[in-house]
Design a protein around this ligand. Structure first.
Ligand SMILES: NC(=O)c1ccc[n+]([C@@H]2O[C@H](COP(=O)([O-])OP(=O)(O)OC[C@H]3O[C@@H](n4cnc5c(N)ncnc54)[C@H](OP(=O)(O)O)[C@@H]3O)[C@@H](O)[C@H]2O)c1
Length: 333
């Protein structure tokens, strides 16, 4: 009898070739790890767009099924905590980097990667969050752990209309922070206010390539942009505040003054969600699920597309035009 086939979007990336192909795969091709999930939803993150377009060498081997996020239900697991039918999610953990990812009807992973989704959340709600939500929460935990608490002053979020940006604003608002959203998109102002932004900044309000220090206006920041935005944020951060560096949308280099660090005691804190240790990952997901409701997430979804349309959607992310979260419907079985 022929093996059951599962639809997948596979990325081929090497020196000679870059392409995405819709294909069918059998379970044998998906590895031998102890937990199998039937995937209902995935999403598109900036990193998925980099991997899927070949713009950056995200894939460390080729070919691989794309998708750094996945959510669905357990089909089988050797872990007694993961029962068939239970809803669960996986983010990062090498998906679409070193192993097959979530753009497939089945995902085979070690049980340790899997985060159960608590009621009343669904796989769809979990994918509105996905890597973007985890990164936002890890960033806020970095602020909390460095005593940047809500009473200290506002937190500025750059690239605010994107996935990490929108979810950072939602979570900051829920956790009692005053929040400033910086976006290049006028069309997103109303949506950002709706999810919790108290104030909106146009990008030109942030003075790039200025001096060492400027008037301290924020207690902290979550920065999606990198490049010259990161030192510009440090320059306007209050004494003992902190800027969390999470994104590189506008550049990898750090070219700025160290005055904020040595004169104001400002810190720059890093976050990497892809290889976040399991206990930290679980702790962040617990804090997310405790502080929001599924209905809070509806305004974050801007589109839901099918697997067939995923590769056409990558360019808008690379152009900085994506907003909110793009869900990928994998299956509804
Ligand atoms: N460190 C980690 O663990 C981690 C995890 C996830 C993501 N990231 C990084 O975080 C960033 C955001 O990821 P995401 O998935 O949320 O991406 P996204 O949904 O595409 O959002 C990125 C946002 O950044 C702004 N932006 C993008 N390109 C720009 C450009 N060239 N100039 C100015 N602004 C630009 C835009 O916001 P506005 O139009 O509102 O300004 C855009 O919506 C990416 O750099 C990604 O690689 C890091």
């Amino acid at each position: 009898m022929s093996e059951m086939q599962h639809r997948a979007l596979r990325i081929h990336h090497d020196d000679q070739d870059h392409r995405c192909e819709l294909t069918n795969v059998g379970m044998q091709e998906l590895g031998e790890d102890d937990t199998v999930l039937a995937i209902e939803y995935s999403a598109i993150n900036y990193k998925d767009a980099l991997a899927g377009s070949g713009t950056a060498p995200i894939l460390r081997r080729s070919p691989l099924i794309g998708g750094i996020d996945a959510a669905g239900h357990i089909v089988q697991s050797e872990d007694p905590q993961l029962q068939p039918g239970q809803v669960a999610l996986v983010t990062g953990c090498g998906l679409s980097e070193t192993r097959d990812g979530g753009y497939c009807e089945r995902l085979c992973v070690p049980a340790d990667f899997v985060i159960p989704i608590p009621e009343p959340f669904t796989p769809r709600a979990a994918m509105i969050l996905g890597t973007a939500g985890l990164t936002a929460m890890l960033s806020i935990q970095r602020l909390q752990n460095n005593e940047v608490t809500p009473d200290r002053g506002p937190i500025l979020v750059t690239g605010a209309s994107g996935g990490v940006g929108s979810l950072s604003i939602l979570l900051l608002h829920r956790l009692g922070y005053t929040c400033i959203a910086m976006t290049q998109k006028q069309s997103e102002h109303a949506r950002l206010r709706q999810i919790g932004a108290d104030e909106i900044w146009e990008p030109d309000r942030l003075e790039h390539n200025g001096g060492g220090l400027a008037s301290a206006q924020i207690a902290g920041a979550i920065d999606n942009l990198g490049g010259t935005a990161l030192p510009a944020l440090a320059r306007i951060t209050q004494p003992w505040g902190a800027v969390v560096s999470i994104g590189v949308a506008t550049g990898m280099e750090f070219a700025g003054s160290i005055a904020p660090f040595v004169i104001r005691g400002v810190s720059i804190l890093g976050v990497t969600s892809a290889n976040c240790p399991a206990p930290k990952r679980r702790d962040a997901w617990t804090q997310i699920f405790e502080n929001i409701q599924p209905e809070d997430l509806d305004t974050i979804v801007t589109q839901t597309i099918d697997l067939e349309n995923v590769s056409d959607a990558f360019q808008s992310f690379l152009d900085g035009q994506a907003s909110g979260r793009t869900l990928v419907r994998i299956a509804n079985d």
